[in-house]
Design a protein around this ligand. Structure first.
Ligand code: GAL
Length: 347
């Protein structure tokens, strides 16, 4: 009976195995499309170092816009969770934890303290969630901790060189437009961003170096840190106007907002003709340039900025190869292009 049963079950077993093989083949064939179906929506967690920074707000609008475009073009629902860290790294660390617990597939982080992205990276690595940092560049040691960390931003040295070139080109075309008192020396003041920010240190160095390399006779009157802020820059400029009356010919600013602060102080003091140069090409910066108040700026391509962050993040979230339109330097850095914008001096 047992033997018989074995014979019977052996025959059945073959059939069962054959059937199983067919079922397996069918399931394998189905697997690809089914996995794709699971990826019809992605969740992107974003934390901004501050919500009241003009340039970061311009980038935020682009991120929202590009996420919508991505949805339409790819038929994938994109949910953005945007948080503002109000200048506190510990607040940002908590936000990262929350974004991970909400099920974000990828994080886009504008770090508060770019010198210490350790906690953010630890949390992301533990959860297996890739991170696209932007605008505030983490130190190389942190970036090298994991191969799923990326950085998108502008090249600070290039920005500085372009700002120096903007001024130098104009000086050589119309020297008295820059050396306004015509004494053979351009006397300038310098407005700097946050102390530890790569964009402040490197922009300052290369802007001034380029002016020297281009042979512009310059003399620094004074300078100070205004942390990217219009009101702080305005207060500094007010002091300089009263401590060095009738000497300032040029204001070199690390960003547009501080340049606008300097313009506010000049207007309050009723001073005309001093040249003010910024960086960023923010909405109010470009407006001031069009109104003849700001001499010029170095503008980063904000549309590409938004697309690069969203598309690289989406690639990470979907586990797909990253988009080829954004070739990465050293496998993790994407640099946004920039251009010089200058007032219409003819008009
Ligand atoms: C700089 C920008 C500043 C400010 C800062 C914030 O690149 O020029 O205006 O937004 O980033 O990190």
């Amino acid at each position: 009976m047992r033997r018989c049963c074995f014979l019977w079950s052996s025959g059945k077993k073959k059939k069962a195995l054959a059937l199983l093989a067919v079922v397996c083949a069918f399931l394998t064939a189905c697997q690809g499309p089914r996995e794709e179906e699971e990826k019809k929506s992605i969740r992107i967690g974003i934390s901004l170092y501050r919500g009241d920074d003009t340039f970061i707000n311009n980038i935020r609008s682009e991120l929202e816009e590009k996420a919508k475009e991505y949805e339409q073009e790819h038929g994938i629902k994109v949910t953005l969770d945007i948080q503002e860290a109000k200048g506190s790294q510990s607040t940002q660390n908590n936000q990262v934890e929350r974004l991970i617990s909400l099920g974000c597939d990828v994080l886009c982080i504008n770090p508060v303290d770019r010198m210490d992205a350790t906690v953010v990276i630890d949390k992301a690595m533990t959860a297996g969630v890739p991170v696209v940092f932007f605008n505030r560049q983490p130190v190389e040691e942190d970036m090298n901790r994991w191969d799923r960390l990326y950085y998108i931003g502008v090249d600070a040295k290039e920005t500085g060189i372009l700002q120096g070139q903007l001024i130098a080109d104009l000086y050589w075309e119309q020297p008295d437009r820059i050396d306004i008192n015509d004494d053979g020396v351009v006397s300038y003041v310098l407005l700097e961003g946050e102390t530890n920010h790569q964009d402040a240190m490197v922009r300052t160095e290369w802007s001034i170096q380029t002016l020297k390399d281009e042979g512009v006779p310059i003399e620094r009157i004074t300078g100070g840190i205004a942390n990217w802020e219009r009101s702080q820059a305005s207060a500094l400029m007010e002091q300089w106007i009263s401590s060095c009356p009738d000497t300032i010919e040029l204001v070199v600013s690390n960003n547009d907002d501080m340049a606008l602060g300097a313009i506010d102080a000049l207007e309050r003091a009723g001073i005309e003709g001093v040249n003010v140069v910024g960086i960023d090409g923010t909405t109010p910066g470009v407006e001031a340039m069009e109104n003849g108040k700001l001499l010029g700026t170095v503008s980063s391509n904000k549309e590409v900025y938004g697309s690069a962050v969203i598309e690289i993040a989406a690639g990470c979230a979907l586990g797909e190869p990253l988009p080829q339109e954004y070739p990465l330097t050293d496998g993790r850095y994407y640099w946004i292009s920039q251009e010089i914008l200058i007032q219409d001096l003819e008009g």
